[in-house]
Design a binder for this molecule. Structure first.
Ligand code: AMP
Ligand code: MN
Ligand code: MN
Ligand code: MN
Length: 283
């Protein structure tokens, strides 16, 4: 059976294709009962998403996905049940978004150096009022015929060693976890299977994350394979971390997984929503 909880997805506030309202309507249509919206580095969609969730009878959880630099790698930390009005979190996210703009300028310079002109302006037009992410650059490069699809764009232009890649310094792991916790939320390591860490670093990450007050990892996510569900269920157990679950849905055709189609957690996991009022009736 598919899970009816989804604690990771994106709207047009970051790099998703649906507005927060449309995303909630889509989740409802797909049978989701408890939903967290987790836009990258931005909580401004939470208010309207919550209103839409109330209209559809969904339980709504405030969320955010914070970009972090750890050992020269970019990691994503999801915050669940954060308070978007908590001033230190608000100010830190504002600074991250400014950093994104500076990074976008450097990315555009890198692309200009290989003959791709006006990518900053083009990408800003695509992003509109949203933050600028690599996904928006990818769409610009596809729309303008530089590459055939988004998957190829990342490989050719937007990853380490390629012209549009900028080695950006994000927030520290400790700062992200602390901000999430101090705002009343729970910190979750997003899609740990995507970071290509060896076992030693993976264990070090779990250890550090816990010591900063992190409480959960995503075990079931759209970007894990079923064998990774088992692998990360074991890691969660070993480090006494709770387990989270989310599709990481960005929109039709550009996501690892559709909403409402994701597996339930392996039975030996402690769900991150174990004590949540909003998820009470899932049991
Ligand atoms: P950014 O936070 O600006 O570095 O952008 C990261 C976003 O780009 C991720 O959240 C994904 O949505 C998207 N992304 C990263 N790698 C890929 C990939 N290989 N193919 C498609 N989308 C990707
Ligand atoms: Mn994304
Ligand atoms: Mn992510
Ligand atoms: Mn995500």
């Amino acid at each position: 059976m598919s899970a009816t909880i989804d604690l990771h997805c994106h709207s047009t506030i970051s790099d998703g294709l649906y507005s927060p309202e449309a995303l909630v309507a889509h989740a409802h249509k797909q049978g989701v009962k408890v939903l967290a919206l987790t836009d990258h580095d931005d909580t401004s969609g939470l208010g309207v998403a919550r209103q839409a969730a109330e209209q559809h009878g969904l339980q709504f959880i405030n969320g955010v996905e914070i970009s972090v630099t750890w050992k020269k790698r970019t990691l994503h930390i999801v915050g669940l049940k954060v308070d978007p009005e908590y001033t230190p979190l608000k100010s830190a996210l504002t600074a991250v978004r400014q950093g994104r703009l500076d990074r976008a300028k450097l990315m555009a310079e890198g692309l200009e150096a290989v003959g791709i002109k006006d990518s900053l302006e083009g990408t800003q037009t695509i992003a509109g009022n949203s933050i600028i992410t690599r996904s928006h650059f990818a769409r610009f490069l596809v729309d303008n015929g530089h590459v055939k699809d988004v998957k190829t764009v990342f490989k050719k232009y937007l990853v380490k060693g390629k012209p549009g890649f900028v080695d950006h310094q994000w927030m520290s792991l400790q700062e992200a976890v602390t901000l999430i916790r101090d705002s009343g939320g729970t910190a979750v390591i997003a899609h740990p299977g995507r970071y290509d860490l060896g076992m030693v670093n993976m264990h070090l990450l779990m250890h550090e994350f816990r010591s900063h007050g992190g409480e959960a990892i995503e075990v079931v996510t759209g970007s894990h394979t079923p064998s990774q569900y088992e692998q990360f269920a074991k890691i969660a157990h070993r480090f006494s971390l709770k387990a989270s679950l989310g599709s990481d849905f960005h929109g039709p055709g550009i996501s690892y997984m559709e909403m409402g189609c994701i597996s339930e957690l392996p039975s030996d996991c402690v769900p991150v929503w174990q004590d949540w009022e909003e998820a009470k009736y899932l049991y």
